[in-house]
Structure formats: C-alpha cells, structure tokens
Design a binder for this molecule. Structure first.
Ligand code: UDP
Length: 482
C-alpha cells in the first residue's frame, strides 16, 4: 500500500448511525489508515470511552468537534442526538424538524473543517446531502453511509424508479416490488410517510437532496456481508449500477466484554450482573426483546407485550425505553408482573448491553424492530428473530429476515407508524414468540441463523468477502490520492 491515507467519517447524530460508524472507524484505523470522526460534543461523549480503549490498544482515532447550533433553531442546549427528543410522536415531529434545521446549519462549519483536515476520502451519512459538494470542492471522493442493508437499498431504489404503490386500490392491497429478485411483496401501509406524501415537506426535501447527492457521490459503504444477501449485493452493484463496498458486520470488531457492552451509551445494567443472570440459564432458553434507540411504545402496547410474554411462559430480557419516573406510576406494567416473573424475566429500563446479551449462549431468540444494526447483530449471534417493524426502512428488513433468509417469524405489525409502531395484540405476541422458541420449525430457523453467523465471522477474516472489500476500498483511495 502507498502512503498513509486519511479517512474522515461524519456520522448522523443518532445511535443507529453513530454506533456502526465508530466501529467502521476502528476497522479503518486498525488497517493503518489515519482516521478522524467529526461530531458534536454531546455525541462525542457517547463514544469517548470506546475511542480511549481503542487508543490504549494502539488504534488511534482522532475526533474533531463541531458546535451543534441548538439555540439557533430554538432547541434546548445539549439536544444533539435524535434519541434525546421527546418521545410523544407529535412533540417529537416538531422538534425533529428543528433538529434537521440545526443539522443544515452545520454545512458551513463542516466545509471549513474539511478544508483544514484535507482528508483523502469522506464517509458521510445520508442525512448530510451537502457533504458531497463539500468533498467535490476539495477534489476528494465522498462515500455515502445509509446504515442499512443492500436489500433495503435495492427496495428503496426500485420503489423510487417504478412507484408500484401508485397502482394499488388500497393501503392493504399487496404489490410486488418490480424487477427485484425474490418476489418481494409489500403494502402501501408499510411504506414510509415520505414516500406516500405528494406535498413537499422539510423531510421529503432532505430525502430528495440525499438522493441527488448520492448520484454525485463516489460510492456507498454498506454494513453487511456478501454471503448474507448476495443476490441483492449483485443487484445493487450490477443492475442498479451503484459503486458499493461492504465492510460488515462491523459490530464483530468488538471482541472484549466491555467493548460489546458499551456501545452508544452506558448501560442501565451492570454488564457482570447481566452476564451472571444469563449464565444461570440453559442454552437457547432466553428471549431478548429490544426495539432500538428510537421506537417508543405506548403504555397500552407495553402492557400488551407484558401479557403476551407472561402467557408464553418463556424466560426473557426485555428492554424498555420508558424510564421509571417518580411522578408517574408504571401503569404499563400489569399488577404484580415483576413479582410473578421474578428469576424468569429481567426488565432493563433504558440502555441495554445488546451485543453482549445477544452473544450469550443462553439467548435463543430476539424480538426486534428490524433496525438494520439490531438485525445484523442478531444474525451475528446466530439467533432467529420475531420481526416487529415500526417505521423507517424496518418493514423492508423484515422481508429480508422472514422471506429471504427464513430466520424469523413476523409478529404481524402491518402499519408504518413513526416512533410508536402499529398496535400488536398479546395473542399475536404470544403466538410469534412461542413459534420462535419451540418446535421443529424453530430449530430449523435457528440452524439457518447459526450458519449465517458462521458466514459473518468468515466474511471479516482475512480472505473473507468484507475483509477483501475493505482492502479494495483502502487501495482505491490510496491510489487516487497519489
Ligand atoms: N442498542 C443498544 N442498547 C439498547 C438499544 C440499542 O446497544 O438498549 C444498540 C443496538 O445494539 C444497535 C443500535 O443501538 O447497534 C440501534 O440501531 P438499530 O439500527 O437497530 O435501530 P435504531 O435505534 O436506529 O432504530
């Protein structure tokens, strides 16, 4: 390889985007690439321990800070990450619009920083469309990071090109995603609002700008591995004609307990306590339930989950984003629930050490919202999943898990609803989790999931598909920068 190259990474201010970007930074830095992450002070605080541990092990990652212009748009000081916004959907939407305005204001300071750093390549999140022009001014390639699967990238592109949802009579009438391998069926109710709205909103403008920027960008970096979704990796690159490199699963770079436990935020449970609890359980006997960093269910839905879980009689770890609040009784928890499930179930209020839990042999199933990071972490752990998409591109990832990979059971969420998701009844929850954990079909799904986990590990080893793609990407940037 030629002289040392410098990669600059700019993740969006949400855990689902920052967590994999920090892992990606570790991958670049461990290959001898000078690596810098650009972020804001509060966001940097979420991963400063990770960066320090990495440095202690000889892998240096530089962090450059931009001031987040919260006050300029009327947001409270320190609101620098989307998971800090209010959880009620209406309030959240208004604040989110302000948040995106603040992000827009970062364009100028970011360009100045880029001019100073003069990296050889910029990996910037999809939500910073203006990053492409900034990179072009400097004559360096910009790569887009969407933080999702090849499969979802393909579905999104086919939906944009062919608009099949415009030819159905109702929101519940299924249609095929045209030209996509695998006969993938969707309904209009599963599509993001931004795709269904004809009127232009601040959000649809960003989506449009992101698409235009992507077309002018050098390529795309994908957190996935070839063997997981070969047909779609090929389709994306060969049929849709995109230049893309897959470098994942990036979470596999975390090998030590502390690195698996502390990703994104400090856990609400001590990792040793959590491991001790899991150690006392039989292999594949515990169900892990978590809906990522954004989704926030209503009290009625949480109660329904509790009832469904109790009826299933399964052992579980259930992560609930709602905090215990002294002013509010926990009306979502059925009377006596924790007493009745003592020893059998563990509720984590707040942030869970997800990868640590998933990787434990006692965990035999995962109820997930199908955020791409969680989905891929489930694959890496070799666990089958109950799929419960709520919003974003999660309904697409669900199809990959259940219809293509056949390692999951759909809980039956039918409607895309921002933050809170579609309401799912206790009976459906009980049925899905039971199907996932017990019986011959469950064993078959688990076997397929375990085989994919093995393939994931191979992909990041020397000679593996992701290892080679990362090498090819570094080589290309290195050659360009001479
Ligand atoms: N995560 C975690 N603990 C939690 C919730 C989430 O470690 O209690 C991590 C999870 O491992 C994943 C990320 O946060 O890496 C969530 O990303 P995902 O794409 O699954 O969902 P999003 O939060 O973007 O909806």
């Amino acid at each position: 390889m030629g002289r040392e190259i410098h990669m600059l990474l700019f993740p969006f201010f949400a855990h689902g985007h920052a967590i994999p970007t920090v892992d990606m930074a570790k991958l670049f830095a461990s290959r001898g690439v000078k690596t810098t992450i650009v972020t804001t002070p509060v966001n940097a605080s979420f991963f400063s321990n990770t960066i320090q541990r990495s440095k202690d092990s000889g892998i240096h990652i530089d962090v450059q800070l931009l001031k987040f212009p919260a006050a300029e748009v009327g947001l409270p000081e320190g609101f620098e990450s989307v998971d800090m916004l209010p959880t009620s959907p209406d309030e959240n939407f208004g604040m989110m619009m302000k948040f995106l305005q603040a992000v827009q204001l970062l364009q100028e300071p970011f360009e100045e920083l880029l001019q100073e750093c003069k990296p050889d390549c910029l990996v910037a999140d999809l939500f910073f469309p203006w990053a492409t022009d900034a990179a072009n001014k400097l004559g360096i390639p910009r790569l887009v990071f969407h933080g999702t699967s090849y499969f979802s990238l393909c579905v999104t592109e086919c939906m944009r090109l062919y608009e099949p949802h415009k030819n159905v009579q109702s929101d519940s009438e299924p249609f095929l995603v045209p030209n996509l391998p695998g006969d993938i069926e969707l309904t209009r109710s599963q599509l993001p609002d931004s795709m269904k709205q004809d009127a232009e909103t601040h959000f649809t403008k960003i989506v449009k700008a992101a698409k235009e920027a992507e077309l002018k960008s050098h390529g795309v970096v994908v957190n996935s591995f070839y063997e997981l979704e070969a047909n779609y990796a090929d389709y994306y690159r060969n049929v849709l004609g995109k230049k893309a490199w897959h470098v994942g699963p990036v979470s596999l770079c975390n090998r030590a307990t502390i690195d698996k436990a502390e990703r994104g935020k400090k856990s609400a449970i001590d990792e040793h306590e959590c491991l001790k609890w899991l150690d006392s359980k039989q292999p594949n006997s515990v169900l892990y339930i978590c809906f990522g960093s954004m989704a926030c269910f209503t009290s009625a839905q949480l109660k329904e989950i509790a009832m469904g879980l109790e009826a299933s009689e399964l052992q579980f770890i259930w992560v609930v984003r709602k905090q215990k609040n002294d002013n509010e009784d926990e009306e979502w928890l059925p009377e006596g629930f924790e007493k009745r499930t003592e020893g059998k179930g563990l509720i984590i209020r707040g942030w869970a050490p997800q990868v640590l839990i998933l990787d434990h042999e006692a965990v035999g199933g995962f109820v997930t919202h199908c955020g791409w990071n969680s989905t891929l972490e489930g694959v890496c752990a070799g666990v089958p999943m109950v799929t419960w998409p709520t919003f974003a591109e999660q309904f697409y990832n669900e199809k990959l898990v259940t219809r293509v990979l056949k390692i999951g059971v759909e809980v039956g969420a039918r409607k895309w609803v921002r933050l809170v998701g579609d309401f799912v009844k206790r009976e459906a929850i009980e049925k899905a989790v039971t199907e996932l954990m017990k019986g011959d079909e469950a064993d078959e799904m688990r076997n397929r999931a375990k085989a994919l986990a093995e393939a994931a590990k191979k992909a990041i080893e020397k000679g593996g598909s992701s290892h080679s793609d990362l090498h090819a990407l570094i080589e290309e940037i290195s050659l360009r920068s001479h």
